[in-house]
Design a protein around this ligand. Structure first.
Ligand SMILES: Cc1cc2nc3c(=O)[nH]c(=O)nc-3n(C[C@H](O)[C@H](O)[C@H](O)COP(=O)(O)OP(=O)(O)OC[C@H]3O[C@@H](n4cnc5c(N)ncnc54)[C@H](O)[C@@H]3O)c2cc1C
Length: 369
C-alpha cells in the first residue's frame, strides 16, 4: 500500500492557514489521514501500514511539512509511537497497537517534564505495580508540551519502571481516570498541532500496556524514540524549505519594483540562491540519514541528529529569507511564509535543541560518545 499524496492534498485543502488561526486541526481530518496510514508511513503492510522505507516515508513527511507544520508535528508523534511499538513491543503489542495507529486512532508522546527537558535523565514519572494483588500498574507524573495530546486516544508515556533505574514506555488511554490534558495557550508556532500539559495521577493500566514488559534502560527507550522523531522533524524542515522556496520564487518572478521583477535585483537573487541551497543541503542530509537508517548502519542515530540539526538550522534561516523576499506580502498571519517563520523556530528546540545536537555531534567527532 502506498500513500496517495493527492488524497492528502484533497483532505488538507486550503485548511492550514485557518487551522493555524484557530489553533486546531479538525480531528476527522487526522483520523482519515491516520486510517490511510499517512501518519506513520513506515509501519509494515503486515500490521496494516504502508510499509514505506526511510526515503519514501521521509519524502511523504516533507510533502506534509510543506503543507502544514502543525499537521506534520502530529504525524511525527504518531510515527514516534509506532516506531517505539515496533522496536520494543512484543508480538501481541505490535499487532494490537500498530493496528490502532494505522486504523484511525491517534497517539501523542510524553518525554518532557517540568524539570526534564534537554536532560531527560531527570524524569520523575513512574510506572509502578499497583500493589493490590492485581497485575495492574499505576502511572504518575507530569508531562509538558505534549504535541497533539488534545487529539490523541493514547499517550506513549516514558518513565521510570518500579523503583528504577530501568525505564518503561507505556501506552496510556487519554480518557483513563486520572489523566488531565491542558493545552498550552498561544504557542509561538505549530499552533494547530496543540501542545499540552498532561498530568497522570495514579492512572491504572494493565501490565500489557508496558511495551516489552518494562525495565529497559531509560536512555535506550527515549534515544530510540527520539531518533525516529529527529528524522521526521528533519524531513519536515525540508518541507518548510520547499514551501518557502516556492513562495519566494513565485513572488520574485512577478512582483515588480524599479520597472523589473524583483528577482532581477541581484540582492534578491542572492536570497533565492541561498534558499535553494538550503533546500538542497537539507534534502541531501536527510537522504543520507534515511539511507543509513534503512541499511541499519552503526551511525544511523548520529546521522539522524545531523539531519535534524542541519535541516532545522536551514529551515529557520530559509523561512526568514522567504519573509524578506515577500516583504509585506508575507507579513500576514496566515501566509505560508509567516507560518513557516514561526513554525521553523520550534525545529531548533525539539527532539534535541541545537545546543544538545551540537554536543552529540561534537562527542561523535571526538570519539567520546
Ligand atoms: C513546539 C514544541 C513541541 C514539543 N512537543 C513535545 C512532545 O510532543 N513531547 C515531549 O515530550 N516534549 C515536547 N516538547 C518539549 C521539547 O522536547 C523540549 O522543549 C526540549 O527538549 C527542550 O527542553 P526545555 O524546553 O525544557 O529547555 P531546557 O532543557 O531548559 O533548555 C533551555 C536552553 O538551555 C540549553 N541547554 C540545556 N542543557 C544544555 C546543555 N547540557 N548544554 C548546552 N545547552 C544546554 C538548551 O539547548 C536551551 O537552549 C515540545 C516543545 C516544543 C517547543
Amino acid at each position: 500500500m502506498t500513500v496517495d499524496t493527492a488524497a492528502i492534498d484533497t483532505l488538507v485543502g486550503d485548511g492550514p492557514a485557518a487551522w493555524d488561526a484557530a489553533g486546531r486541526i479538525p480531528v476527522e481530518v487526522l483520523r482519515k489521514l491516520g486510517a490511510m496510514g499517512a501518519l506513520c508511513p513506515e509501519v509494515p503492510a503486515r500490521f496494516g501500514g504502508p510499509g514505506a522505507d526511510g526515503l519514501a516515508g521521509g519524502e511523504l513527511t516533507a510533502h506534509v511539512g510543506a503543507l502544514c507544520s502543525s499537521l506534520r508535528s502530529v504525524m511525527t508523534v504518531q510515527g514516534i509511537a509506532a516506531a517505539t511499538v515496533r522496536r520494543f513491543g512484543d508480538r501481541e503489542q505490535r499487532r494490537r497497537h500498530l493496528g490502532q495507529l494505522t486504523g484511525g486512532q491517534l497517539a501523542c508522546v510524553g518525554f518532557s517534564e517540568p524539570g526534564a527537558g534537554s536532560d531527560l535523565s531527570g524524569m520523575t514519572t513512574r510506572v509502578r505495580p499497583a500493589a493490590d494483588g492485581t497485575d495492574d500498574l499505576l502511572v504518575s507524573g507530569e508531562k509538558m508540551w505534549i504535541t497533539g495530546a488534545v487529539y490523541a486516544d493514547l499517550i506513549l508515556v516514558f518513565g521510570l519502571y518500579g523503583d528504577g533505574p530501568g525505564g518503561a514506555a507505556a501506552l496510556v488511554p487519554t480518557d483513563a481516570p486520572g489523566v488531565l490534558v491542558e493545552p498550552v495557550l498561544d504557542p509561538l508556532g505549530c499552533r494547530a498541532a496543540t501542545h499540552c500539559r498532561v498530568v497522570l495521577d495514579d492512572v491504572r493500566i494493565p501490565a500489557d500496556a508496558v511495551l516489552g514488559g518494562g525495565g529497559q534502560p531509560l536512555s535506550l527507550l527515549f534515544t530510540t524514540a527520539l531518533s525516529y522523531g529527529r528524522m521526521s522533524v528533519a524531513w519536515g524542515c525540508v518541507g518548510i524549505l520547499r514551501a518557502c522556496l516556492a513562495a519566494a520564487t513565485a513572488d520574485a518572478r512577478t512582483r515588480e519594483q524599479g520597472g523589473v521583477p524583483i528577482a532581477e535585483h541581484q540582492l534578491v537573487a542572492r536570497h533565492i540562491a541561498e534558499l535553494y541551497t538550503s533546500e538542497r543541503i537539507a534534502t541531501q542530509v536527510c537522504r543520507h540519514a534515511a539511507d543509513q537508517w534503512d541499511r541499519g548502519a552503526a551511525d544511523a542515530a548520529v546521522t539522524a541528529v545531523l539531519a535534524k540539526q542541519v535541516a532545522a538550522t536551514h529551515a529557520t534561516r530559509g523561512a526568514a529569507t522567504a519573509v524578506q523576499v515577500l516583504a509585506s506580502r508575507g507579513f500576514t498571519d496566515g501566509h505560508v511564509v509567516s507560518r513557516a517563520y514561526r513554525d521553523a523556530k520550534a525545529m531548533e528546540l525539539i527532539e534535541g535543541s541545537t545546543e544538545i545536537s551540537q554536543l552529540i555531534l561534537a562527542r561523535h567527532a571526538l570519539g567520546t560518545a
